[in-house]
Write a protein that binds this ligand. Structure first.
Ligand code: PMP
Ligand code: G9A
Length: 418
């Protein structure tokens, strides 16, 4: 008998969607393709020699433990050095101890644990938009409803947030949490101001929902002062803070961490036990040696220099080649620039034309759970080689100019009198 697989899939599984970004990663394999699509760290930012040294040390001292199952909470020594670092580091200033930390298989697993632990089908969550689509994918999988809150110059439009919560409350809906990436946001590159961070926490307290603060990029700061995370003001356990080693060490290690209240971590731990028992032990030992050996801070300085150079190159190329009428963000750190094109351009339709010229981006609409914003796109500046940044922006500019010319012709055709 043929397997009727569609009958057997759960209702939930039929809602799963592929991530545009994950699909686009395949493009990086095409020879000659310049990809500004995936949010990939530059391979030059991987501290290969340091990792080699760390591994040699593990082989001499801890190899049996590194290869054994570990606790679900994560390696105690790693949680200890992370807690110390978060207390001292100006990017964190989070007053936590090792028992406040759970090590996860990347920040992505932490998002998925939050989804499993807080979202029932039909529940509502809030997110600022544009939003990191991996988070939306995790929340969508749990059959939750999304309410989008627009971003503004200060990171989030708090007036719109209050209006939306008021409207939801009037229909008996209380959102479970708001998801935000306050610093060098993926995809916009924008940063939430200090006052809006505090206001967001006040609003969450007033209406009693949680804040999921996703913070992979704050250490990659190129200029200006670091703004402390929302978690650093949280005295009531309202903020779930998530970070990752993917951008400051290597994503292939699949290591992230969560700082949250005991009640929340206990639930996350139960959910993680059902998911993967424990995070990769060998990776955790590498991360521990990397921090304990004093390498992390020095290495992050080098990554910052590398990415600042690439950001500057991309901004300079945008200025040189992009036509007037196109706007872009000026991120002070992180890995992304957000582009807004004239309304006549649909970046979804333009995408195939860009691919034909061997340049790729992520269409802006992918970051809007409720659709729209068809005239926007995300560009990643960390991954491409310096020379290719200029060339890729030049190619993209040609595609945009062609699109503008076509839109103009369509607007003015048929000519008067015909
Ligand atoms: N959150 C954000 C905002 C991200 O940009 C990413 C990765 N690009 C993740 C979470 C997932 O990171 P990880 O590799 O730690 O799973
Ligand atoms: O899915 C990945 O590979 C991580 C990158 C995320 C992004 O491009 O935003």
């Amino acid at each position: 008998m043929v397997v009727n697989i569609d009958r057997l899939f759960s209702k939930r599984a039929t809602r799963f969607r592929s991530s545009e970004i994950r699909e686009l990663l395949k493009l990086t394999q095409i020879p000659g393709m310049i990809s500004f699509a995936g949010g990939l760290p530059n391979p030059l930012a991987f501290p290969v020699d340091i990792i080699h040294e760390c591994i040699e040390k593990i082989f001499k001292e801890n190899i049996e433990q590194a290869l054994q199952y570990g606790t679900t909470e994560g390696l105690t020594s790693l949680r200890g050095v992370l807690a110390e670092r978060m207390k001292k580091n100006p990017h964190h200033h989070i007053n936590c101890e090792l028992h406040d930390i759970l090590i996860t298989s990347g920040a992505q697993q932490a998002l998925s644990l939050a989804a499993i632990c807080f979202l029932d089908p039909g529940d509502t969550y809030l997110t600022s938009v544009p939003a990191y689509l991996g988070a939306v994918q995790a929340f969508h999988a749990l059959e939750a409803n999304c309410e989008s809150i627009p971003m503004n110059d200060e990171g989030i439009d708090t007036d719109s947030l209050r209006r939306n919560i008021g409207r939801l409350n009037r229909t008996g809906i209380i959102p479970k949490f708001i998801y935000t990436v306050p610093t060098f946001q993926n995809p916009s590159g924008e940063t939430m101001s200090l006052s809006h961070r505090k206001e967001l926490l006040d609003i969450a307290s007033e209406y009693d929902f949680l804040i999921i603060e996703d913070d992979p990029y704050s250490e990659l700061i190129f200029e200006g002062d670091a703004i402390p995370p929302i978690k650093s003001f949280d005295t009531k356990g309202r903020v779930i803070y998530i970070s990752t080693f993917s951008k400051i060490l290597a994503p292939g290690l699949r290591l992230g961490w969560v700082v949250a209240s005991k009640e929340i971590l206990d639930k996350f731990i139960q959910a993680k036990q059902a998911s993967d028992l424990c995070t990769n032990g060998f990776s955790q030992y590498i991360a521990y040696e990397y921090i304990n050996g004093g390498y992390l801070d020095k290495h992050v300085e080098q990554i910052k220099k590398l990415y600042k150079r690439k950001r500057d190159l991309m901004l300079k190329s945008l200025k040189e080649y992009f036509p007037s009428g196109v706007k872009w963000t000026m991120p002070k750190g992180g890995m992304f620039i957000w582009i807004t094109l004239p309304k006549s351009i649909d970046t979804r339709l333009m995408f195939q034309k860009a691919l034909a010229k061997k340049v790729a981006y992520v269409v802006g609409e992918a970051f809007f759970p409720e659709g729209g914003n068809y005239n926007s796109m995300r560009l990643n500046f960390s991954y491409s080689e310096d020379g290719l940044i200029k060339e890729g922006i030049k190619r993209l500019a040609e595609v945009i100019k062609d699109e503008l010319a076509t839109a103009y012709q369509q607007d003015t055709f048929p000519p008067d009198g015909v």
